[in-house]
Design a binder for this molecule. Structure first.
Ligand code: AMP
Length: 273
């Protein structure tokens, strides 16, 4: 595995290679959710590139940028054992200069849900993903459905800017008890980890309601809210794939999303149906 710490090193690692490139952008502290993206990229492409970059522009002032988990050595090992060809590990000065052009998230779906709770977050996400896609020039890039709104906005950016890359959505990987894997789970105390299970439990109940024929968004939301108590819930949302709010679940075109704080840790999760 080649570790490229600059764009120049990345390009000299990639230039001699023929065939397809599968790309997995991450912020590190890798877990088996990331692994599933890397494994898919490995199966479907000749070359696999993973980036690890804790992108400062997607954190709002007061968020967890400085304490975001950093695990360089373990991450390198995981990438190596997963058959990654090139690990791109740039520093902030290699990615950003002074007074730069930025990508803006769309006014509508960039500023609801996650975008309402974290205004400007998606500008940072889209800007860094644009940079990374231009640096790596992958055939396919893999993103988790766990960050559903991010996935939708990246897919839209690629379309709006006529970018030549296939965005591949990947299912959410969970612990045995249902908790969606997240690098931020390390912030949870053992007690908070138990509390956090209410999030996946609420989504499981929603799925069950839908399977039993209850398609009313309002009644699903109410049921979920009762399961989530006493967590500090930021939103429970039921939207179609275009992220428009809907009154009735439409099978094959619905995402049910939750954002909640467990202690000081903010967690998100969702189900697609
Ligand atoms: P992050 O390092 O948190 O920025 O995540 C990098 C990529 O991994 C994003 O596309 C995430 O959506 C994806 N991801 C994070 N957690 C999971 C999970 N539990 N299952 C599947 N993909 C995930």
């Amino acid at each position: 595995m080649i570790i490229a710490r600059s764009v120049l090193e990345l390009q000299s690692a990639l230039d001699p290679r023929d065939g397809t490139i599968g790309f997995v952008p991450t912020m590190g502290a890798l877990h088996i959710g990331h692994r599933s993206l890397i494994d898919a990229a490995r199966r479907e492409n000749d070359t696999v590139v993973v980036s690890i970059f804790v992108n400062p522009t997607q954190f709002l002032p007061g968020e967890d940028l400085s304490k975001y988990p950093r695990r360089e050595e373990a991450d390198f090992k995981i990438c190596e054992l997963s058959g990654v060809d090139v690990l791109f590990y740039p520093d902030v000065s290699g990615m950003y200069g002074e007074d730069e052009v930025r990508i803006c998230a769309p006014d509508g779906r960039g500023y609801i849900l996650e975008g309402a709770s974290r205004p400007g977050h998606f500008d940072g996400v889209l800007t860094v993903v644009m940079k990374l896609l231009n640096q790596v020039r992958p055939t396919r890039a893999y993103f988790g459905k766990k960050d559903a709104q991010q996935l939708a906005l990246i897919t839209q950016m690629v379309k709006n800017f006529f970018m030549d890359v296939e965005i591949v959505p990947m299912d959410t990987v969970r612990e045995g008890d249902g908790l969606a894997l997240s690098s931020r789970n390390v912030y949870l105390s053992p007690q908070e980890r138990v509390e956090a299970l209410k999030i996946s439990a609420s989504l499981k109940r929603a799925t069950k309601q839908v399977m039993q024929g209850n398609l009313s968004a309002e009644s699903i939301r109410q049921e979920m809210a009762s399961i989530l108590e006493p967590l500090n819930v930021e939103y429970i949302a039921i939207v179609n794939r275009a992220f428009e709010s809907i009154d009735e679940v439409i099978l094959g075109n619905t995402i049910i999303l939750v954002a909640a704080r467990v202690g000081t840790t903010r967690l998100i999760d969702n189900v697609w149906m």
